[in-house]
Ligand binder design. Structure first.
Ligand code: IPE
Ligand code: IPE
Ligand code: MG
Length: 242
């Protein structure tokens, strides 16, 4: 269970996850192309990382591209990967000096070659000391995560001396892309949709859920504080009694 930390009177989740939704609607409301919404959304990432650091949130997971987003037109996917490449090769290089450790989660093999190289380079630059671990979910799906962990256990059973009887929740959790991190305490989704869309489904099994109508590009510090205040008012029971 998460340890509790407070900041300015509110309870701080050890692990915050955000489904950054609504870039397209933000753009449409302004008569702009969808890709302009994605650019505005990407530029909001730094602000929210810093806000999380200021509030003492140690682990932040951001959903940038899902395993289902391949269903979008190729032109939009290309635009998204262009924006991602720009951030991984420029802005995100500031993470080490900001005390941010980057952990890109998701299936890498389908990503464009140059982007894969940029991601590897950005992760290699991770600092020794940091106050925030940032899980950036790119081509990520909760089902993919559980499946790849199951595959690792199957491999261990075949060649690593693991017994099928040793497969348990702890072993599966250790193989997830968030291994060693606390489970998600609070999941925020912007832009009004009230679903998990295959984000960290195992890790969110007992998360508090918070939905806001604000589109991701306009999700700011005040919005984050509103979510944290609401989280502070929740009673978490984990199946027990309050
Ligand atoms: C979230 O914004 C970004 C990605 C899924 C890549 P959307 O692109 O889903 O924006 P809406 O939901 O169409 O407004
Ligand atoms: C979820 O948003 C994925 C990301 C934010 C990256 P979507 O916009 O793709 O989700 P659905 O399709 O509305 O469920
Ligand atoms: Mg959407």
């Amino acid at each position: 269970m998460a340890w509790t930390r407070t900041h300015a009177g509110v309870l701080i989740p050890a692990h915050l996850a955000i489904i950054m939704d609504g870039n397209g609607r933000w753009a449409a409301a302004r008569g702009l192309e969808r890709k302009e919404g994605h650019k505005a959304g990407a530029s909001n990432i730094m602000r929210i990382c810093e806000a999380c650091q200021e509030r003492g949130i140690a682990t932040l997971s951001l959903f940038a591209f899902s395993t289902e987003n391949w269903a979008r037109p190729k032109s939009e996917i290309d635009a998204l990967f262009d924006i991602a490449s720009d951030y991984f090769s420029n802005s995100f290089l500031k993470f080490p000096s900001m005390g941010i450790r980057l952990n890109v989660i998701g299936s890498r093999k389908e990503l464009p070659g140059p982007l894969k190289i940029m991601i590897a380079k950005a992760e290699k630059a991770n600092p020794k000391s940091y106050s925030l671990t940032l899980n950036m979910a790119v081509n990520y799906g909760g089902k993919w995560d559980i499946t790849q962990s199951a595959k690792k256990m199957a491999e261990r059973c075949l060649v690593g001396g693991m017994l099928p009887s040793e497969i348990n929740e702890q072993a599966l959790e250790q193989g997830l892309s968030t291994s060693g991190q606390p489970l998600v305490d609070l999941l925020i989704r912007t832009s009004g949709e009230q679903r998990i869309s295959n984000f960290l489904i195992w890790q969110c099994a007992y998360s508090e859920l918070y939905f806001t109508a604000k589109h991701w590009p306009e999700f700011d510090e005040a919005e984050l504080d509103a979510a944290l205040e609401e989280y502070s008012r929740r009673t978490r029971k984990f199946g027990g009694l309050a």
